[in-house]
Design a protein around this ligand. Structure first.
Ligand code: GLU
Ligand code: MG
Length: 452
């Protein structure tokens, strides 16, 4: 990413001016501009619509300390970003523009952060995602990503009903209808919406898209879920685990790759129909799972979710349609290419960091010979399958030692993400299991949790 030049600023301002009448017609009067920090928290500045041309060109100020806000919003002073000086420009990407709530007059934009002189900010997560997309394209590959979001409703008089139950759908019919309407109004294409296994747990699957758009959609979809849930008097929690005896909230990522328009994960002569490069992709992801965990499962409580036999898939194995495999190969239906599901990821992951890392691995030399074990069938428990790191410190160690991720993230991003994870470990040290789960029961955090 190069410097935001004077010419680029002018183009941005001009485009923004052209967008204003259409936004006014849709009732938009102000815009929420977000980025997602190292801890996975979406952070925001709002501006009046009339300021969009200037903001699109110059951005709005945001302190770099924001990446030191931890899982509950509190700042651990041991992080190098926990300091009062400096400022960045949060520059919205006009391609991401969507309706947040037309009735209330709100639009939404995702943004990248630049230095005040227009240089890219080296620890910006979305710029990292952009860069990795560019590198993947330069390697001749095209990636498509589909995201899933699970969440649990908290509050009184919640929709009741069984796992995947039509009774729960009926009990929550107005709620889910309002959510579908909000997604449609935001032009956010979705594939499925259903009651999940746990009490008051639901799931939304988003249509596949390019990586940056997919990450943006995950952010926007979560905001819409929170907004609609509040209108019904509830809170939506994306915490990996809201109660000790329940299943967790996953944030599974689906990905497929093509070279020259040809899929890598199907139509090949390899195991399960993989092409040679498709086998390379599965192998490189599989060997990097311990390091990826630090991005896919960023909270200490994330590792409480990763229990065997809970479909959270805490084993370093792959399988064909195996819901206990960390990497699940899903063969395509008629006319569809196969794709891979990363099952370990939870809903607290920063999607820009996670998708950027996945792209970095996919752009590695896929033709290089790597060991690829046979796909695993059945529950890995009792089959001698290697267990993934079972706590955040072990995942941090694997992440810190991963040469490729270290190189592509660059020193500032890599180091400050590690610092953020270490701060999360310190936050949780000494907490009982119950206190740990309670500390992020509602996530992203409520004001009450931050104050408390
Ligand atoms: N709730 C499970 C998880 O923690 C996933 C269930 C499913 O396979 O959809 O990831
Ligand atoms: Mg699910």
């Amino acid at each position: 990413m190069t410097l935001l030049s004077a010419a680029q600023r002018q183009i941005q301002a001009e485009r923004a001016r052209e967008l204003i009448p259409g936004l006014q017609d849709r009732g938009v009067r102000q815009l929420a501009i977000t980025f997602v920090n190292h801890a996975g928290l979406p952070l925001v500045k709002a501006v009046p619509l009339a300021r969009l041309p200037r903001v699109a060109a110059e951005g709005v100020g945001f302190s770099p300390v924001a990446d030191a806000f931890g899982a509950t919003g509190a700042i651990d002073p041991a992080q190098s970003l926990a300091r009062p000086d400096g400022d960045l420009r949060l520059v919205p990407d006009l391609d991401s523009l969507a309706l947040l709530d037309g009735e209330a007059g709100w639009g939404w934009l995702a943004a990248d952060r630049h230095e005040q002189n227009g240089e890219p900010y080296a620890a910006d997560q979305r710029l990292f995602c952009r860069d990795r997309r560019r590198a993947l394209e330069a390697a001749g590959l095209e990636i498509r990503i589909g995201g899933e979001i699970e969440w649990v409703l908290l509050g009184d008089d919640l929709p009741t009903g069984g796992p995947y139950g039509a009774d729960r759908l009926l009990d929550g019919l107005d709620y889910l209808g309002a959510l579908a309407a909000a997604l449609d109004a935001a032009d956010l294409p979705w594939l499925q919406l259903h009651p999940e296994y746990g009490p008051a747990q639901f799931e939304l699957s988003l249509a596949a898209a390019g990586p940056l758009e997919a990450a943006d959609r995950l952010v926007l979809a979560r905001l819409l879920i929170q907004r609609v849930s509040r209108r019904f008097g509830w809170r939506a929690s994306f915490s990996p685990l809201v109660a000790a005896d329940r299943v967790g909230n996953g944030g599974h990522v689906h990905l497929s790759l093509r070279r020259g328009g040809e899929p890598l994960l199907s139509g090949g002569a390899g195991v399960a129909g993989l092409t040679a490069e498709g086998e390379g992709l599965v192998a490189v992801l599989l060997e990097s799972l311990p390091a990826l965990l630090a991005l896919a499962c960023p909270l200490v409580v994330s590792y409480r979710r990763l229990q065997p036999s809970h479909w959270a898939a805490p084993f370093q194995v792959w399988g064909v349609e195996n819901r206990e495999a960390a990497l699940r190969l899903i063969p395509g239906g008629p006319g569809e290419a196969a794709h891979l599901e990363l099952k370990i990821a939870d809903a607290a992951a920063n999607p820009y960091l996670l998708l950027g890392a996945l792209m970095a691995l996919a752009a590695d030399d896929l033709a290089r010979q790597r060991p690829l074990p046979a796909p695993l069938t059945g529950d890995p428990v009792g089959q001698g399958a290697p267990r993934l790191p079972s706590d955040l410190p072990a995942a941090i160690t694997a992440f810190a030692a991963h040469p490729l991720l270290t190189r592509v993230m660059g020193p500032l991003l890599h180091r400050t993400v590690i610092e953020a994870r270490e701060a999360e470990v310190r936050r949780c040290s000494g907490l009982s299991d119950g206190a740990l789960i309670a500390s992020t029961r509602l996530w992203p955090p409520s004001e009450r949790q931050v104050e408390g």
